[in-house]
Design a protein. Structure first.
Length: 197
């Protein structure tokens, strides 16, 4: 039941934001009641926080399943960039939740006891890739895991978050199947070019 609530709530919050989301809409999409939602999550903000936590937990779990430690550093980084681009493209609700939380200046993330621990492995994974790349002499000695994470996130995120306005301003050629495939390749090349020795 908790998982069903979180699935329905994720859609509701992604579509309407924290202020516009209605608990009754979530109830209508599940086999539960407002009383049960408040029993599990305390209040609407508690539910929203749980949705954020689950959204980040999901992406980090999928990153871990890539098992990149067994690959040469260049291939490991390429796979991570491709995964992030593909994940964000396929999970618009995740992007919208992150956008909404940015509107709230990250307040609910700060209040979360688990999000810091959930997101730490993302930097740890890139750190291992960078160290292996530097040791092998294929990455620049000044390659920064934090900067790399920002760069990968920025390009993959913008591809989804600004699709509507970018399309209105410049057309939707980049968002066709071929356009996305070419853009994905360019994002991978851009990230690799920034670290290769």
């Amino acid at each position: 039941m908790r998982a069903d609530i979180l699935r329905a709530a994720r859609k509701e919050f992604a579509k309407h934001g924290l202020a516009g989301a209605r608990v009754q809409n979530i109830v209508d999409q599940t086999q539960t009641s407002k009383r049960m939602i408040f029993y599990y999550f305390g209040d609407k903000e508690g539910l929203y926080r749980a949705v954020l936590e689950e959204a980040y937990r999901s992406v980090r779990a999928a990153e871990a399943e890539l098992d990149l430690d067994g690959f040469p550093p260049v291939e490991a980084l390429q796979r991570l960039v491709e995964f992030t681009f593909d994940h964000h493209q396929a999970n618009e609700d995740f992007i919208r939740l992150v956008m909404i939380e940015n509107i709230h200046n990250g307040r609910h993330m700060i209040e979360s006891e688990s999000l810091s621990a959930t997101n730490t492995p993302a930097i740890e994974q890139i750190t291992r890739i960078c160290e292996a790349g530097k040791k092998a002499g294929v990455f620049r000695t000044d390659a920064s895991p934090l900067t790399l994470h920002w760069q990968i996130s920025a390009m993959s995120f913008f591809n989804v978050s600004n699709r509507a306005t970018f399309s209105v301003n410049f057309g939707d050629a980049l968002f066709s199947k071929d356009g996305q495939s070419q853009l994905r390749q360019k994002v991978v090349k851009s990230v690799l070019d920034s670290v290769l020795a």
